[in-house]
Design a protein around this ligand. Sequence first.
Ligand code: GTP
Ligand code: MG
Length: 316
Amino acid sequence: MEENDVKIKGLPGIPKNIAKKLIELGYVDVKSLAFSNPEQIADESAIGLTTLQEIIKKARKKLGSPFEAADSIYDKRTKISRITTGSYNLDSLLGGGIESQSITEVYGAFRSGKTQLAFQLAVNVQRPEDEGGLDAGAIFIDCEGSFRPERIVEMASALSLHPMEILKNILVARAYNSEHQIFITKQIPKILKKMNARLIIVDSVIGHFRAEYLGPESLIKRQGKLNKYLHLLQNLASTYDLAVFITNQIQADPSISYGDASQPTGGNILAHAAQTRIYLRRIRRNERSARLIDSPYLPEGEIVFEITSDGIRDIT
Ligand code: GTP
Ligand code: MG
């Protein structure tokens, strides 16, 4: 780490050795500290709780009053940006694309198109605003080894974009277990200091947690960890005005004896974390249906789109 990097932006007077540890853990600025929990940082670092409480108090003071008038919240919400999915119908279902400042979850069986949609968004976010992008890069947390640069190249070429430039603006990290996944995610504020990214993808969000915490006796522990992780993602989305896009698997719900018994994994914890949930289903060959399951203000609905060699498109 360079000398001038050992400073928390906007918060002077923190001893270098402590600032260094905090930055390593991803607490790089006033916001990331103000919204954090001193007990949690004490757990993951060798910094004393009292010192942390003081630092966080200072960060919160610096940030000012936690209250704001509702008109300014309204104003902020009108500034929410959207990323196009590549399908006009899917965008319409979502009120114009996937939103910044919140978590969008897509769940579905294998081959339903979750990863393809993630790739398409990683390309589209880089397009200019008048083309449905945010003129910014993407961060891809790959928990399943699903990242395929060749497919990104195909999607970028189809839009007459420069494939190598598009690839350069997607930062990929392979997560090997849930601890590693959490560690990587905590590095994001540090990355954002150097890169203008507006989209975080986690594919898949829960796979490692499910594989590591098996059996009913570890369920509470797993849900606790997952809850913390989802809070971390939500904080990133709100603090840095990012769109967070997570994929999730499905499982059969034994209590449903007819109809579609497929349920997303993760239970209530995940259900409450994602503001928008989309259920993807394979209809035939390249056709997929997307159903909006949960949205704070959009009506439920269902549309059909296609996965073509060019990427996600409307059926023509
Ligand atoms: P899991 O990760 O296994 O749970 O599945 P997923 O939901 O992530 O599925 P994914 O997004 O990987 O979708 C795979 C499907 O996308 C394939 O079965 C194909 O139908 C389609 N697909 C992938 N690549 C191409 C391509 O280059 N051309 C076309 N036309 N379709 C593709
Ligand atoms: Mg996948």
